[in-house]
Design a protein around this ligand. Structure first.
Ligand code: AMP
Length: 439
């Protein structure tokens, strides 16, 4: 443990992974990831979970909750190797999460944390080759099984996998499981595992609703409840910039940053759906391969867009806060706040998309006459002053001709301005009064 001053000079105690008596191969993998100390959810939950208690944790994406439960699971599996006879398909740890994306992300994190071990991780999600997954289950031991509820049951019901050997059960994003109607399936899965006094159960949820509490009582044994403040999202790894610009310079600035400043994989956030759509259309017209994630895009299309972004087919993802929250993408090099969010918490969530897995990330916010007044509240939340810069003139003025005609923009409220903010007439224009559209 050590103490470090916070921005307002209140000392906080940091928990270091070296002090948790973790299995050495696990500790080494954590060091490789560059995690210097525990995030708040880790610091609060690990002392209980490592001691074998059930833990109900309130934490959102971006807080380090995945590593919080994975570290417990991996440490336990390493310290208690199976000495008696063992069969293929018998799972030791089961992690259930509501979406395919989340399961894949958890499994990827688990692979990084088990890289110095021979623990076997299996992923069961829809859309993946069933036969291949089945063959692996038949031929290999199953140390950690990560699955969505429906797929989990399919495999269990065909007897490809056995859950009566589960020592640790993790239920991630319990509130989303409820929202998505997965509780009946989850109930069945829990029934296949040993009694709650004979397994360790960890459950995480972004909110503690009455239903979540009720489920935790049913599924957990004398669980410790951990809550962390929502602003504890880890942003230490993000270099934050603010560019002071006029509203109609924003698109030119974005175009130039994307083209000349090594913005390899960038998420661009704007506040409203219509802004995002226009921005996406503009980027396309200027030959920048971008994808759109907003409430108006259906789920299938969103998954395709995410896959294209992850595989590098597109390098820019334009998103609203609602659509951008909860998505798991590693290695976003940059986050751009094309408009500053109305809620300071959204700023933290946005920039938390970069600087993940121990790497450094960069966030660039465009503050103009319409939204710079939101900066002080953001600075208060992140606990530091964010240095504002005036961007170099050439980034604000040079914009080539578009490759295809620009989308025709509809007039709204008497203004003929377009969401892209591209300077058409050389005048700086306002553009207030657009805050009531749905995200
Ligand atoms: P999660 O809340 O699980 O989605 O994690 C958010 C991000 O924080 C992930 O990219 C992790 O790699 C990263 N992370 C987790 N724990 C730590 C830590 N102790 N220090 C720095 N980054 C971390």
């Amino acid at each position: 443990m050590s103490t470090e001053p916070t921005p307002n000079n209140t000392p906080v105690v940091k928990t270091h992974f070296q002090d948790l008596n973790l299995a050495p191969p696990l500790l080494k993998a954590i060091e490789d990831l560059g995690f210097e100390h525990c995030s708040p959810i880790q610091a609060e939950s690990l002392p209980y979970s490592l001691a074998g208690h059930d833990v109900l944790g309130k934490a959102q994406t971006g807080t380090g909750k995945t590593a919080a439960f994975l570290i417990r699971v991996i440490d336990d599996l390493l310290k208690n190797p199976i000495t008696e006879e063992r069969y293929a398909g018998e799972a030791r740890a089961l992690i259930v999460a509501p979406t395919r994306e989340l399961v894949i992300q958890i499994a990827e994190d688990a692979k990084l944390l088990t890289k110095y071990t021979d623990l076997k991780i299996h992923t069961l999600v829809g859309g993946m080759d069933y036969q291949k997954q089945q063959n692996r289950l038949h031929n290999e031991f199953v140390d950690i099984l990560v699955a969505t509820p429906g797929r989990m049951l399919d495999f269990r019901e065909r007897q490809d996998v056995h859950l009566d050997t589960v020592e640790l059960l993790v239920i991630d994003e319990a509130d989303r499981m409820l929202d998505m109607g997965f509780i009946p399936q989850m109930r069945q899965i829990v029934r296949y595992t040993p009694r709650k006094t004979h397994r360790q159960t960890l459950m995480f949820s972004a909110t503690f609703t009455e239903e979540v509490m009720r489920l935790s009582e049913q599924w957990m044994h004398e669980a410790k409840h951990i809550e962390i403040a929502s602003e504890s999202v880890t942003t230490d790894n993000v270099e934050q910039h603010v560019y002071m610009v006029a509203g109609d310079e924003k698109f030119t600035l974005l175009y130039n940053l994307l083209n000349t400043h090594g913005f390899d994989s960038t998420m661009v956030f704007a506040n409203r759906r219509d802004e995002c759509r226009k921005l996406h259309d503009y980027l396309k017209a200027y030959g920048i391969k971008s994808g759109l994630l907003s409430g108006e895009i259906d789920q299938n299309k969103r998954v395709k867009t995410l896959d294209a972004f992850k595989s590098g087919k597109i390098s820019v993802l334009v998103a609203t806060d609602v659509a951008g929250r909860g998505i798991h993408i590693n290695d976003v090099s940059h986050v751009v706040n094309y408009t500053l969010p109305e809620e300071p918490e959204d700023y933290v969530h946005r920039i938390g998309r970069t600087g993940r897995a121990g790497s450094k990330g960069i966030s660039v916010s465009f503050a103009c006459e319409d939204d710079s007044f939101r900066l002080p509240a953001i600075e208060e939340l992140v606990g530091r002053k964010i240095h504002s810069e005036v961007p170099p003139e050439e980034l604000l003025t040079s914009l080539p001709e578009p490759l295809t005609p620009l989308p025709v923009q509809q007039r709204r409220g008497g203004s003929s301005r377009h969401g892209g903010g591209h300077r058409q007439d050389g005048h700086r224009s306002g553009g207030r009064g657009h805050s009531s559209y749905r995200r």
